[in-house]
Design a protein around this ligand. Structure first.
Ligand SMILES: [Zn+2]
Length: 182
């Protein structure tokens, strides 16, 4: 991609890492705050649910699940994978903030499907340091949801592991498909 860097091609160039996109977000926040009134809620999610999902930009969790402000905890990372850090958040969510249900959402066409664990090796070659974390790439999205459900269910830190359900969100139709845990 050496040629495209020299030739400005479109609106992307205006928001390419020079802080302009952040300025746009800050401006949008000022409008949001102008219309905002204190909902008077505490930090306990109203629906007592924590949703663990991929960070994918095409997945609008609140809209897709009919969620309102204050309804749930949302814990997101690349893949929606249940890592130690997700367990950390779920543990705090359940033990300090009263959630009891866990919903896991992966999705079709995930960026992690095109990566392999070679990513770590290539990173090490480039920067001279091996990352402590696994890439957690996968080929079979349903199997990855099953593994994530299993990691939640078997965690010794969680109080509530009886209501753990996993889904694949279709980025083309907007529909969730539930994954059989078996
Ligand atoms: Zn994804």
């Amino acid at each position: 991609m050496t040629t495209s860097a020299a030739v400005p091609t479109g609106p992307e160039d205006a928001i390419a890492g020079d802080g302009a996109v952040t300025d746009r977000l800050v401006e949008a926040n000022q409008q949001y705050a102008a219309a905002f009134s204190d909902p008077g809620m505490d930090a306990h999610p109203v629906l007592h649910v924590a949703v663990v999902a991929c960070m994918d930009a095409r997945l609008d969790l609140h809209a897709a699940l009919g969620l309102e402000l204050g309804d749930c905890h949302t814990i997101r990372n690349a893949g929606g994978v249940v890592t130690d850090d997700v367990i950390r958040s779920l543990t705090i969510s359940q033990r300090a903030l009263g959630t009891r249900s866990v919903v896991l959402i992966h999705h079709t066409n995930c960026g992690l499907e095109s990566l392999t664990e070679d990513f770590r090796h290539e990173l090490e070659m480039e920067v001279g340091q091996r990352p402590a974390w696994a890439v957690e790439s996968f080929r079979d999205v349903e199997q990855d949801v099953r593994q994530s459900m299993q990691r939640v269910r078997t965690s010794p830190f969680l109080l509530h592991t009886g209501d753990v359900r996993g889904f694949v969100f279709d980025v083309r139709t907007g529909l969730l498909r539930e994954v059989d845990p078996a």
